[in-house]
Design a binder for this molecule. Structure first.
Ligand SMILES: [Zn+2]
Length: 775
């Protein structure tokens, strides 16, 4: 009971701010478990987020012979596929992806693309609307068994069903051959797309980036059955792991870079190049140039009539891509990772220099180290960056952009754009090439995780690296978008309106916040690594990620996934009220002094009022008896009774209570309001009158009983001058003006935006936005 006496406090409100709006439903479900929103765990995927004891996945091995026709920009291939049915299920048919058909005449991609006429239309925009009758898409010449018997197939746009002659039982293998060809398209034209060719008018050469080039097995899984959702162009790929032997026949003066390890360097490289290639494998400090710019420029001028066949092997890859051109300069260096040497390499035309010779291979090496440290040692033997005027990833090889101006000069933006895209695309080796998620369904599982990793690798590359995505405050403009322009991160790729912010920036930011502000680096890094290791060379789902992050950290994150991944609400937290209290010491000397001060303040006020209107004063002065009475009696005097009472009171207190009473402690009762909806930890900065400051961090669970408003008392020895919520801008709060006590007028921010006058990294193309697109 003493406590209640003690805490009868003399409070005075320092900041009588208006009460915030109270939502009708203070206690919603933001802290409930995701429960039925997640797939049930089973024998294939455990409730802890790990592969289950009966986990299985399919496998598809490929032997492909392919020939590039540089005269007609077309390609012809024949491939043998060995499909391993590791599932417990019997299969009556197989689904095969025909991505090239996205550009075929009957493609739905063009049909479902909305279009409209603006007052200003670029030729490219018009071309996109006109969509010429192009001879693109696969020509499937035959699908046969190894005895040469035709196998019936049904082609549905970008998917081909192969009807098995007899059901493929669990554990059985089926082999078949597909012969095909297609015209390669100009990816720099209005058609766009990831693979294709770029034509260089000045020297009349082509640079081919060959991806989505062979019919690829669809994924059959425990969680999806066949993933045969049509390819519309955005939702990327779901692919089956397997081993590849690929023979690529190209003009003899071409240089080929590819997924896998070159099997016949002595047949395709000159003796000098072979020599340099061997040197490069021992070069750990800097890249060795294997084909020089001078050599490449000489080759650019010729046109070899004969051909060479490059043979590559790759093990345990989900895809296979390659590039070919006589324009290529090639450099390489070795990187040691986990006791093994990996070759970091780059292929680029002279248009990429001097940037590419300086940075590309070094950035590849840096990326492998940075990502390996946080996940697992990069397991493949090579990692390649190709200058291809776009950004797209494949196992061991990726295509990137970033070209200086013709005079060799470049802006910081071009340089950092190039470094960023190389980190990003090389980084995709980890997500989704090795941690093989389903990109057709979830873009964030690869783009989001990878953009998060990219941010860390960028920050390690350079102090104050100008990262575009990652820091919390950079997602604020997106989070402020109108509701109808937002959808949860957990949305299928094709249905996302603002793709970059939703699939890349928001998940990357969320993970950054999770690491820095919610979990802390130690717990986060361990759990993230655990996820990577559990699912490398496997097919994870979102549940596996969400569950592993909790399972390995003992941090309940359902509220976080719910808010950041399943919801669209922004963070807007506010300080709506601050009350400053001091404890009543019960010491009559103090009490009386304070009362006197208050009285005099009032007297002063009254006398001032009297001076304005001196009637009352006259009354007081005309009554000397009353005046004498007041003069002789000091009601603010401490009487012996007061002192006695105080002494008795103090005697009743324990030592500890007396100490507390005499401490002069300040109590700040702060009311926080959750205006945005997305719950987050409270990060509170107290700035004291003596010039020092202090940060307190309160977990998000403070909101669990009332999701719209919470009040908490902060005892402080020192007196507080000002309070700032989220002082380091960690939570992506969309309105920071209400984060201050006392309120501060914040300048509204706008970003100075300079329109890029040319295309990204110079050269061709008239739409910098499109060209800058990164996948
Ligand atoms: Zn990407």
């Amino acid at each position: 009971m003493k406590k209640t006496i003690l805490f009868v406090l003399m409070g005075f409100m320092l900041s009588p701010l208006a009460q915030g709006q109270h939502s009708e439903q203070n206690h919603a479900e933001r802290f409930e478990q995701l429960g039925p929103m997640l797939r049930s765990p089973n024998v294939y995927r455990t409730a802890s987020g790990a592969p289950g004891h009966m986990y299985w996945q399919q496998k598809a091995d490929h032997e492909i012979e392919v020939e590039l026709d540089d005269e007609n920009q077309s390609i012809t291939g024949t491939q043998k596929v060995t499909y391993f049915n590791n599932s417990p299920d019997q299969l009556n048919y197989l689904w095969i992806q025909l991505d090239q058909n996205e550009r075929a005449k009957d493609s739905d991609t063009h049909k479902i693309a909305p279009s409209k006429i603006d007052s200003r239309m670029s030729l490219r925009q018009l071309e996109t609307i006109l969509w010429h009758d192009l001879d693109l898409g696969y020509k499937i010449n035959s699908v046969r068994d190894l005895q040469g018997n035709d196998i019936p197939v049904t082609i549905n746009k970008t998917m081909m069903r192969l009807d098995l002659p007899e059901p493929l039982k669990a554990g059985e293998t089926f082999e078949f051959r597909v012969d095909w060809s297609f015209n390669i398209h100009d990816r720099m034209s209005f058609i766009g797309g990831r693979p294709g060719y770029e034509y260089f008018e000045k020297d009349g050469n082509y640079l081919y980036t060959m991806a989505e080039w062979f019919p690829r097995m669809a994924v059959y899984s425990d969680f999806e059955g066949w993933q045969n959702k049509q390819f519309y162009g955005r939702g990327e790929f779901a692919l089956t792991f397997g081993d590849y032997k690929v023979s690529i026949t190209v003009p003899a003066d071409h240089m080929v870079g590819s997924t896998g390890v070159l099997q016949n360097p002595e047949e395709v490289l000159s003796p000098t190049e072979l020599d340099r290639w061997n040197q490069a494998q021992q070069a750990f400090d800097k890249p060795v140039v294997i084909r020089t710019q001078a050599e490449a420029e000489r080759l650019e001028k010729g046109r070899a009539k004969d051909k060479k066949t490059w043979i590559f092997h790759a093990e345990n890859v989900r895809d296979f891509a390659w590039t070919s051109s006589r324009k290529f300069i090639w450099d390489a260096m070795a990187v040691e990772l986990g006791g093994k040497n990996v070759m970091a390499m780059s292929y680029y035309g002279k248009e990429g220099n001097p940037l590419w010779e300086q940075y590309s291979t070094r950035v590849v090496a840096h990326t492998l180290k940075s990502y390996s440290e946080k996940t697992f040692d990069y397991p493949y033997p090579v990692a390649i960056s190709v200058e291809g005027s776009n950004g797209m990833e494949y196992p061991m090889i990726c295509f990137n952009y970033g070209r200086p101006d013709e005079d060799g000069t470049y802006s910081e933006a071009v340089k950092y754009g190039m470094i960023s895209v190389i980190i990003h695309e090389v980084g995709h080796n980890f997500f989704p090439m090795i941690v093989n998620s389903d990109e057709r369904q979830w873009s964030w599982m690869d783009e989001g995780l990878n953009t998060f990793m990219q941010f860390m690798a960028e920050q390690e590359w350079d102090r104050d690296y100008p990262s575009r995505r990652g820091p919390a405050h950079k997602i604020v403009p997106y989070m402020r978008s109108e509701k109808h322009l937002l959808e949860p991160i957990m949305t299928n790729s094709e249905n996302i309106i603002q793709f970059g912010p939703n699939a890349y920036a928001k998940p990357a930011t969320a993970l950054n916040i999770l690491r820095e502000t919610v979990m802390g680096r130690e717990l986060f890094d361990y759990a993230f690594k655990e996820y990577s290791q559990r699912w490398k060379f496997k097919h994870p789902t979102p549940e596996d990620f969400f569950r592993t992050m909790e399972d390995a950290s003992a941090v309940d994150l359902d509220w976080f996934w719910r808010g950041w991944f399943f919801g669209t609400e922004p963070v807007d937290m506010a300080i709506s009220e601050v009350n400053h209290y001091k404890m009543d010491s019960k010491d009559p000397k103090e009490i009386k002094a304070r009362q006197k001060e208050a009285f005099e303040r009032e007297e002063d006020y009254i006398s001032k009022a009297h001076n304005r209107n001196d009637i009352a004063q006259t009354v007081v002065e005309s009554d000397p008896e009353t005046r004498d009475f007041y003069n002789s009696f000091d009601r603010f005097r401490v009487t012996p009774e007061d002192e006695k009472e105080y002494k008795e009171f103090m005697a009743r207190l324990s030592e500890k209570e007396r100490e507390l009473l005499n401490s002069g402690m300040n109590f700040y009762e702060i009311t926080f309001e959750n205006i945005g909806g997305l719950v987050m930890p409270l990060i509170i900065e107290f700035n004291y009158r003596d010039g020092t400051s202090e940060i307190e961090r309160i977990p998000a669970e403070i909101w669990r009983l009332n999701e719209s408003e919470v009040t908490k008392v902060f005892p402080k020895k020192k007196e507080v001058q000002s309070i700032v919520l989220d002082p380091y801008r960690e939570t992506a709060d969309i309105d920071e003006a209400n984060n201050y006590w006392p309120r501060q007028q914040l300048p509204s921010r706008f970003e100075l935006f300079k329109q890029n006058s040319g295309a990204r990294g110079a050269s061709t193309g008239d739409n910098p936005m499109k060209r800058a697109r990164r996948r």
